[in-house]
Design a protein around this ligand. Structure first.
Ligand code: NAD
Ligand code: UD1
Length: 339
């Protein structure tokens, strides 16, 4: 299949492009490189033995998108492009609404103009806000506590409206839990700009010596050891979920909404222990106050994805740590240190 991947140079996008190429799909990546590097796509080509096509285009640029659609004639779109930093979204809400919501509306318009109506969209577990019950099912109440989360909620609503207006659209809304790890080659991985706000990249940067110690945000949550619990998912398992979603869309019309998580929650301290065991490195940490806006625990009921997409995760927490560490160790400064 000819697949257009927006945001394909980013963390999850680059891993998905690898799996698409390895499954013999033809791929064109559209990315404005606002949070990524072309080196990632060069590495993808190294892993797969062939490169995806690439267009440096912003998804808000309708003329640019039209040109890509005319030239590459995609049959389906996997849409990762978007801004994702929660703190920044509070400071710059308009750029989040513009980039994420208006960008997605523009993308959908251009898709419709070109008769492309198969779309896989990156949503997030953030749309569940502070969940009332665990594990979280897709029919749980929705809510968002920051502009980033609201962009995901609004886009989900927009896609549901689009599907009501024209049921020939085939849409998969995938709600990711906490993607971590890296491709087993160690050639591509997560490359956060500045100080990482997420747990796993912070841990790997402490282990490599870029940061002194981890700050654990609170040990007084109502969880087994008092630290926050999340559903960490290997980025390659997550990437494979997108291939399953494309197969599902090719099989028939409809709109499906699925959690992509493992169903298993781990605490911050369990993550530190697993990482130390696998990497052989110490991760010094100190307990500090809770991070405002954090929730105690969040993990998926992944049974809908199994039923609708025939997808389950197979990679363990130790594999996530091992692969994430291989990437960090081989690329201490991420993509900025090229060969
Ligand atoms: P990322 O920042 O690594 O990748 C996003 C890519 O989109 C980047 O390459 C960036 O340059 C590109 N991009 C941003 N705005 C663009 C625009 N206007 N036009 C063209 N390209 C643009 O992020 P990621 O972690 O790979 O996340 C991918 C998607 O998954 C995002 O939509 C994110 O919100 C969503 N998501 C991520 C997580 C996570 O923890 N990483 C969790 C849930 C959902
Ligand atoms: C983050 C995002 C959320 C997104 C989710 C999945 C923020 C504020 N929220 O939340 O919008 O949907 O990822 O991608 O970025 N922790 C520490 N020390 C750290 C970092 C984190 O103790 O330095 C703890 C947190 O309190 C939490 C756990 O580690 O309990 C995981 O944190 P993080 O990786 O930021 O993920 P989320 O909190 O799920």
């Amino acid at each position: 299949m000819r697949v257009l991947v927006t945001g394909g140079a980013g963390f999850i996008g680059s891993h998905t492009v690898v799996e698409l190429l390895e499954a013999d799909h033809q791929v064109v990546v559209v990315d404005n490189l606002s949070n990524s590097s072309l080196v990632a796509l060069e590495r993808v080509a190294g892993i797969c033995g062939r490169a995806p096509a690439f267009a440096k285009v912003d998804i808000c640029d309708k003329a640019g998108l039209r040109q890509v659609f005319a030239e590459h004639r995609p049959e389906a779109v996997v849409h990762f492009a978007g801004l994702k930093a929660v703190g920044e979204s509070v400071e710059k809400p308009l750029s989040y609404y513009q980039n994420n919501i208006a960008g997605t509306a523009t993308l959908c318009e251009v898709m419709a103009e070109h008769g492309v109506r198969q779309l896989v969209f990156s949503s997030s577990a953030t749309v569940y806000g502070d969940p009332e019950t665990l594990p979280i099912r897709e029919d749980a109440p929705l809510g968002a506590t920051n502009p980033y989360g609201r962009t995901k909620l609004f886009i989900e609503e927009m896609l549901r409206d689009l599907h009501v207006a024209d049921p020939s659209w085939r849409i998969a809304i995938l709600r990711y839990f906490n993607p971590i790890g890296a491709h087993s080659s160690g050639r591509i991985g997560e490359d956060p700009q500045g100080i990482p706000s997420n747990l796993f990249p912070f841990i790997t940067q402490v282990a490599i010596g870029r940061r002194d110690r981890l700050q654990v945000f609170g040990d007084d949550y109502p969880t087994a050891d008092g630290t926050g619990v999340r559903d960490y998912i290997h980025v390659v398992d997550l990437a494979l979920g997108h291939l399953k979603a494309l197969e599902r869309l090719a099989a028939g019309p409809g709109l499906v909404t699925c959690n992509l998580g493992t169903g298993q929650g781990y605490s911050v301290l369990e993550m530190v222990k697993s990482f130390e065991r696998v990497s052989g490195r110490k991760v010094p940490y100190e307990i500090i106050a809770r991070r405002p806006g954090d929730i105690a625990a969040c993990y998926a009921d992944p049974s809908m994805a199994q039923k609708e997409l025939g997808w389950t995760t197979i990679r363990s927490l130790d594999e996530m740590c091992r692969d994430g560490w291989r990437w960090q160790e081989g690329n201490p400064k991420g993509y900025s240190e090229t060969e």
